[in-house]
Design a protein around this ligand. Structure first.
Ligand SMILES: [Fe+2]
Length: 216
């Protein structure tokens, strides 16, 4: 007789999403807005990308370029790194354990970092991020709007639903609308397709994003 269970439930390939408030949002906002203003003044042309509509996007090396000279960006980067560490640990707890890895030696490395300044009607079409395992979007400034979806990030399911009965109701929604709230950051796996709803309003909406990888 063995004590092996006669039934077990496994949950494979979990997709973890985290919404988290940046604790130093209020004290860092001025520094970050100044960075955006000065960057756009010296780099008047937006980066061009096929998924972008009516917005300004910076180049992808914002953090290494300005980390040492902008306290707000330093605070934000430290928050990103700590949060990436937590969400990647939660997602990999079994995988890292099974391989016997020494997680104390793991480090989170930012591989790309940028900001987007949405103009009236600006949005980003569905896309995913390369060269990283985790990504995030931080809502620095939302602008004045009465539309709950304004500029918010939506996530698209990687699952293909075949049935429409009650047995797989839990995967019925192929799109999940996250709530954009100033001072909050959305962390998600880089492979997940996502986009943003159009921003409506004269005040620009500004987000900071970055990609990260975990290295041993
Ligand atoms: Fe994105």
């Amino acid at each position: 007789m063995t004590n092996e269970p006669t039934s077990e439930l496994l949950q494979l390939w979990p997709i973890l999403i985290m919404r988290r408030r940046f604790p130093k949002h209020e004290e860092s906002k001025g520094d970050l807005l100044r960075l955006v203003e000065e960057y756009m003044a010296t780099n008047p042309k937006s980066r061009i990308a096929s998924e972008n509509r009516n917005l300004y996007e910076s180049e992808y090396g914002i953090i290494p370029k300005y980390y040492d000279q902008n306290t707000g960006l330093k605070n934000l980067t430290d928050f990103f790194v700590e949060s990436f560490r937590e969400i990647s640990t939660a997602a990999n707890v079994t995988a890292w354990h099974d391989k016997g890895l020494d997680t104390d030696k793991f480090a989170v490395k930012i591989t790309a970092s940028w900001f987007i300044n949405y103009l009236d009607g600006g949005n980003v079409e569905p896309h995913d991020h390369g060269n990283s395992s985790w990504s995030c979007s931080y809502y620095l400034q939302l602008g004045d709007t009465k539309d709950a979806k304004d500029g918010g990030t939506y996530l698209l399911s990687p699952l293909k639903q075949k049935s429409h009965d009650l047995g797989d109701l839990y995967i019925e929604n192929t799109r999940f609308d996250t709530r954009a709230e100033e001072g909050f950051t959305l962390f998600f796996p880089s492979f997940l397709l996502h986009g943003s709803y159009p921003h409506r309003g004269a005040d620009p909406r500004i987000i900071f994003s970055c990609n990260a990888e975990v290295v041993g």
